[in-house]
Design a protein around this ligand. Structure first.
Ligand code: AHM
Ligand code: MG
Length: 345
């Protein structure tokens, strides 16, 4: 074979290999096993990917279809007005796990109690926790949104249906990640072996590996926070904001969808903040569906996530829908915020 032919062949091989690194194959590669645990995790990720594709498809055509955008007129367990897309996305996750034999329970930000799939329960040893649509306020205006997911092993029989075993710290998560619905749809995940980016190739209908072992920079210029809450924050936190205003090299970015903001920070460094307020010291974000999965991911990428006083992954919730403040991102930037908050104690 000539050298030109060899080079052509090897670049075709590389391109094919890249196109074949789908999510399920990647999970198996990571675990270096074809055993039942590895097969389960691979199948779980595959179903989450299907949910992401269905939701992305609906978002892409939302403006062209009847009855997709806007509110349902109902209020969810969080006291927030429910959008039609919240309901759709919540149901998509339930639907993709029916008849899977994998997941007995799903717990979501949108449902007061976990949803049980009885036909899966005798063997389904996993629980899916999720925020079907993160950044709901962006839904009707065609801006970036996300879905957040986390997988935990079911502990005990849960015969009373109270799902008490879920009231446990975030280090119990087996996998976590998010789907980002932006100009392209991305799926970012970790099973405790680094953080990996997949991009949906619409022509294939598959998420293909685009970046492996992503590491968050130790420091970045971005701080991402809703400064409209300035006068509702503790003075120590206000001092931190004054510090970034006065110090050269900081820049603000806030999209209204945490998944987008944290994705930017994961790639470019910086810090995302949703602290408590004087009236709501627990903040807005939910531990089991939002802050713990994102903390797991950012720690896997070498960053930090804290409430200001405690690592997010160490927080043990007292109830399913418990909220926590969140300071998450590059090591140096999170440490800087903490240093201000500790002065206030
Ligand atoms: P949601 O899951 O109901 O959309 O709420 C979470 C979202 C985050 O994505 C975003 O960072 C935050 O709420 C925005 O809240 P606020 O409008 O208070 O800044
Ligand atoms: Mg959310």
């Amino acid at each position: 074979m000539t050298q030109v032919a060899e080079t052509l062949e090897s670049s075709t091989d590389k391109a094919l290999d890249r196109d074949c690194t789908t999510l399920s194959r990647h999970v198996l590669q990571q675990l270096q096993s074809f055993g039942p645990e590895a097969q389960d995790l691979s199948a779980l990720m595959n179903r989450i990917a299907l949910a992401g594709k269905l939701i992305a498809r609906r978002f892409t055509r939302a403006g062209l279809m009847e009855d997709v955008l806007g509110f349902t007129g109902e209020v969810n367990v969080q006291g927030e007005s429910v959008k039609k897309m919240d309901v759709y996305a919540n149901e998509v996750f339930i639907s993709v796990f029916k008849q899977s034999g994998l997941v007995c329970r799903l717990a979501s930000e949108e449902m007061e109690k976990p949803y049980y799939i009885p036909e899966n329960c005798p063997i389904g040893r996993y629980t899916l926790l999720y925020d079907p649509i993160d950044g709901s306020s962006n839904t009707d205006i065609n801006l970036s949104l996300g879905s957040i997911f986390s997988i935990r092993q079911q502990e005990g029989t849960d015969l009373d249906g109270e799902a008490k075993d879920l009231l446990n710290h975030g280090r119990k998560q087996l996998a976590a990640g998010y789907i980002l619905y932006g100009p392209s749809t991305m799926l970012v995940y970790s099973i405790g072996k680094g953080v990996h980016f997949f991009t949906l190739d619409p022509s294939l209908g598959e998420f293909i590996l685009t970046q492996e072992n992503v590491k968050i920079p130790e420091h970045g210029a971005v701080y991402s926070v809703n400064e409209g809450n300035f006068w509702q924050w503790e003075e120590s936190f206000r001092e931190y904001i004054r510090y970034v205003h006065k110090t050269e090299g900081y820049t603000a970015r806030y999209s209204g969808a945490m998944v987008s903001d944290i994705h930017r920070i994961l790639v470019q460094g910086g810090v995302f903040l949703y602290p408590g307020t004087l009236q709501k010291p627990e903040g807005k974000l939910r531990l089991l569906y939002e802050t713990a999965p994102l903390a797991y991911l950012i720690e896997q990428a070498g960053g930090l996530a804290t409430t200001g006083t405690e690592d997010i992954l160490d927080v043990v919730p007292k109830q399913l829908h418990q909220r926590t403040p969140l300071i998450i991102g590059s090591q140096q930037d999170v440490a800087k915020v903490e240093s201000f908050m500790q002065k206030g104690q």
